[in-house]
Design a protein around this ligand. Sequence first.
Ligand SMILES: [Fe+2]
Ligand SMILES: [Fe+2]
Length: 289
Amino acid sequence: MNMTPIQPRKVVFDVTAVPRHWNGGDPVLTRFFDALSVHFPEGERFFIQSVRNFQDQVRDERLRDDIRHFIRQEGQHGIVHDRFNQVMAGQGVDVETATANLRRFIRVSQKYLPKKYQLAMTAAFEHFTATLGEAMLKEDSDMFRDSDPVMRALFLWHGVEEVEHKAVAYDLYQTVAGGGYVTRVSALVVGTLMIHLVVAPVFWNMLKMDGVTRQPGVILRGLNRLYGRRGILVRMMPEFLDWFRPGFHPWETGMPEKVAAWLDEYGRHGDPMRASAAVYDGKPLEAAA
Ligand SMILES: [Fe+2]
Ligand SMILES: [Fe+2]
């Protein structure tokens, strides 16, 4: 279990003036995160429900608190991403269809999959979001080097909280749900496949809408920063693959330095923009920004 208690934060980001290609003007790097954002609110509702299915059986006080705070954090993520998703809808992104497709898919999964497997899927997705979150905060990932500061702060805040609550679904699965190794491993394999099958078409449609699909050079350059040798999705692989080790626990490597730094900085003023600037650039941002 985590050493510091999980803390829900009610943050607000003014996303109204965010430029279309907010991540350094790179359509691929922008739309990758945009496509994830489109799916977060529905996905997070599924995570919350999967955890709630077992909530009543939890006797451990600490895990009960963690679950409560996990639910509040994921709820807040949904609210913040929903607001940004509306901005994307204004750009012509078909957020509604993507959301409806995912909702339908989740309903069917909830109907046919055992609750224990739904929780295993949730723990697996949480492993993905936590390792991605950690990778986003590492200085050598430079994922948001030229990003719009609001969007960078939004994703870093989300990333930090994903790390903060990364073991909640896992602990619930291991203890109360009595989950085993094979199910947990299969859930990550299926889940990773699922993320790609669900998110990739939405990602591609956005690029098509932006006219980027006719520019292979732009696509290859962007994909290289995601899936290339130094790309964020390749750099996070060692931590991601730790899941396959029997006896793995999300907190076995301790609190990542940059996440601790963000939490410390945020704790001083409660401003996610300043916390993001301080941790990512290593220099504090003026309070006005
Ligand atoms: Fe989240
Ligand atoms: Fe999460």
